[in-house]
Design a protein around this ligand. Structure first.
Ligand code: MN
Length: 502
């Protein structure tokens, strides 16, 4: 359900007519070589499309208009091979609505010491041409990613890869529809927010539906569909004895499969990329969707529990960013702590809905009571998630702005087996330590719900916040509580002063 094959990032080289036709021909030919080089990098998943060099204000404006209007163009990379007087860019940059990456590179890597002359200097002057371009974007308060280095360097490819993935995520968010099946969990604050402002800021459309809309689709499920899905469950997971054919809880598995088929049909028919549900608004749904939600997330759908539409949207957006990467991304909740005098950890989980993309083992498929909601026992996938670096990201509505909070974490192996815990889980070491991480997270107003991703790093979220024009607070190994408080205070002033321009 993620298709990036038609998406393009345009590679645009700026110059001017001062140097004569011969130099411009060389600029164009170098630019084609650079674009082709980037296009062939396996670190950049999106097609890089060479655009003819731009040398006049009208060429630049036309290009920016075209980029803004082209549905397949999800971003623009610019490079000033020579000097390109930047007042020529004002009209174009004013209307460019696509994410912008300024590649500060140079055609040759090294100075040809023996042969360098003024012709060479005049052709290879991005060292100052890109500074002129940088000024006008700063003067116009235009947020963009700046990538510095030789265009054949893998580190440059990696950064452009991040930019291109974030541009994919942003493009997705511009077109995303989130179905809220039921409303918010009653009286919960952080999962609320301004859906109109979210649509203005991010493009995402969030609308409410009733569980009966899903039940109507469940009623259309055929016996053949049901039999096929039960076979998939049997082949993909270790079913507990009670759920196996002839087992005492087999009916629960059949009901769970019906819920998956109905929910999937509802989402497909409505063109939704993400959804929420609420255990308090289940209506005629017999179980809180567990395995259904887990498998839909694994297929790329965003999800947020208890009506959490912001997290649902971000799960989807981050899954699109991570397209084709091996590591997983899931809805998550800080659940329980493991405090010890030496080091403390967080056990992350949810009632049911953790995405199996974050495990490398075959999940077990089990049925247990939920404890709240008063419905039948839901079927769920249970697994551990492997060790390694990850992030937790939370988008909250501060009333006058959206704030994105990111905490870098390291997933670790649980100290012992958890034979009685009937949910998927991850144990992590929050950076820099739990004391500072939880103190700053709470001061920032970060939610209990997050997007947990092994695939996406803080660099992605930084680029995303710049493109969206929202606040970003990062909690990592360099975070101190005192500096963090200062950042919150400074941002409060900044977003009140400049909100209309961001
Ligand atoms: Mn929750």
């Amino acid at each position: 359900m993620i298709d990036i094959s038609k998406k393009e990032i345009w590679f645009v080289t700026g110059s001017q007519h001062l140097y004569g036709e011969e130099t411009l021909k060389q600029v164009a030919s170098h630019s084609q070589i650079v674009a082709a080089g980037l296009n062939s990098s396996d670190k950049i998943p999106v097609k890089i499309v060479f655009k003819p060099i731009v040398t006049t204000p009208s060429e630049i404006t036309t290009l920016c208009k075209n980029a803004s209007n082209d549905d397949n163009c999800i971003g623009v990379i610019t490079w000033m091979h020579t000097f390109s007087p930047a007042k020529m860019w004002i009209a174009g940059l004013n209307i460019l609505s696509k994410p912008l990456c300024h590649l500060h590179t140079q055609f040759n890597a090294e100075i040809p010491w023996g042969s360098i002359d003024m012709d060479f200097m005049n052709l290879n002057q991005s060292a100052h041409g890109d500074r002129e371009f940088g000024f006008i974007m700063s003067r116009m308060r235009k947020k963009r990613k700046v990538v510095v280095g030789h265009w054949q360097d893998e580190k440059v490819h990696a950064k452009l890869g991040v930019f291109s993935r974030v541009a994919l995520g942003w493009n997705e968010m511009q077109n995303l529809k989130v179905a809220r099946i039921g409303d918010n969990m009653r009286e919960v604050a952080v999962t609320e927010g301004d859906k109109v402002e979210a649509q203005i800021r991010f493009g995402v459309a969030v609308n409410g539906f009733d569980s009966s809309d899903v039940v109507a689709k469940i009623n259309e499920v055929t016996d053949a569909q049901l039999a096929d899905l039960l076979k998939v469950y049997e082949a993909s997971y270790n079913l507990s004895d009670a759920l196996k054919e002839g087992g005492e809880k087999r009916d629960s598995l059949i009901e769970a499969a019906k819920i998956e088929l109905g929910l999937r049909a509802f989402l497909e028919e409505g063109g939704f990329g993400a959804f929420t549900d609420t255990f308090e608004n289940l209506g005629a749904l017999k179980q809180l969707p567990g395995i259904a939600t887990q498998r839909l997330m694994a297929d790329g759908y965003g999800f947020g529990g208890e009506g959490d539409w912001k997290t649902a949207a971000m799960v989807r957006v981050m899954k699109v960013m991570a397209y084709g990467l091996e590591e997983g991304t899931s809805f998550m909740e800080d659940y329980t702590y493991h405090f010890t005098p030496q080091k403390s950890y967080v056990l992350g989980s949810h009632m049911l809905e953790i995405c199996p993309s974050i495990t490398d083992k075959k999940p077990s498929c089990e049925v247990h009571p939920l404890g709240i909601g008063g419905k039948e026992d839901p079927v769920r996938l249970v697994f551990n998630s492997p060790e390694g670096d990850a992030i937790n990201a939370s988008l909250v509505d501060m009333g006058n702005r959206f704030r994105l909070i990111v905490n870098e974490v390291e997933a670790v192996k649980p100290m012992a087996d958890l034979p009685n815990l009937p949910v998927a889980r991850v144990l992590w070491d929050a950076k820099p330590d739990l004391d500072i991480a939880a103190t700053t997270w709470i001061l920032a107003g970060g939610a209990h719900h997050t997007v947990y991703s092994q695939a996406i790093t803080t660099e992605y979220m930084e680029d995303f916040a710049d493109i969206a024009g929202i606040e970003l607070l990062v909690i990592d190994n360099n975070t101190t509580v005192r500096d963090f408080k200062d950042k919150i205070n400074a941002n409060e002033a900044y977003y009140n002063m400049f909100q209309h321009r961001l």
